[in-house]
Design a protein around this ligand. Sequence first.
Ligand code: ACO
Length: 337
Amino acid sequence: MPNINAAIIGVSAYVPDYVLTNAELSTMVETSDEWILSRTGIKTRHILKGEGQGTSDMGAPAVLNLLAKTNTKPENIDLLICTTVTPDMQFPATANIICDKAGLLNAFSFDLNAACSGFLFGLQTAQAYIRSGLYKKVIVVGADKMSSIVDYTDRSTCVIFGDGAGAVLLEPTEEDLGIIDAELHTDGSGRIHLHQKAGGSMKPASHETVDAREHFIYQEGQPVFKFAVSRMADVSVDMMKKHNIKPEELAWLVPHQANLRIIEATARRMEIDPAQVMINIQDFGNTTDATIPLCLNQWESQLKKGDKIILSAFGGGFTWAAVYLKWAYNGADVAVK
Ligand code: ACO
């Protein structure tokens, strides 16, 4: 039986128009452009405004653009996985809603929640479905409306997050391309440091939970930072060693965009040049599930067939992951500016 990999054959992204600047945040909480930039690397983030607008309203346009770019009919998609921590509703799955809005009539779909590592968990899940031989065209959408769970009176979290969506189409290949390997980890004991206290089955919504602001992100920045730096670097370095990739052979590191200092520490541990690292945190902040496809989309025109790329992420759970892939097409041929 031939070895089958899932290869990304197209990428797309969507960010809402509204730009929330550090200057505007400084009018909302006690903070400054200098603090935010020096501690996180973030200058702006995009925010989805408007009554009744949810995560699917960013995921669906990303998917429609992906279909147009790859010249794919919506009815030919077999499976759509939406990775998100901010679903439109508790149920049904946001993936189901995206399929409806984008006309994916023949796809089955589900949501996957692994916080900021979600997109990488989604890629490995897509790889397993494709390798099974049962499904040929699979879309993974990473999308989050983080502004819906951010407390804009909490300066330690509200400066970090933004909204956005990114999507990739994966198909089987027998060439030495696509997803070569993935290492995924979870450690649920880390949940004490990063979670949303209310709104789940353990603590359903009530007047008290709303009054106590428990439907927002709760994060203890320091322990999360320490864990993120060590785990994201460990898993990325492990992947390089396992596949005998020398620093100069790596075309790109695509890191989750949580904090510029975490990205720089990871790149240093991998002994790679800053020019090999995709960084757009300054423009979008931490869009949770969307950071990695937003990067792939932005850099698509520079990606070449056969490029060795490591994607790596860390997030609530705790979760952390690295995916090693060989890019499957020349991005310059298809990238839409
Ligand atoms: N403006 C000004 N001062 C601030 C701000 C702000 N926006 N936020 C916090 N401070 C203050 C604090 O109150 C504190 O003041 P004090 O010394 O008087 O008590 C001081 O700055 C230092 O606070 P720290 O929390 O120690 O700041 P730190 O340098 O750790 O930066 C941050 C905070 C940016 C949150 C950092 O810890 C971080 O990036 N953590 C990791 C985040 C992450 O990776 N999350 C995982 C992904 S998210 C997910 O999965 C959904």
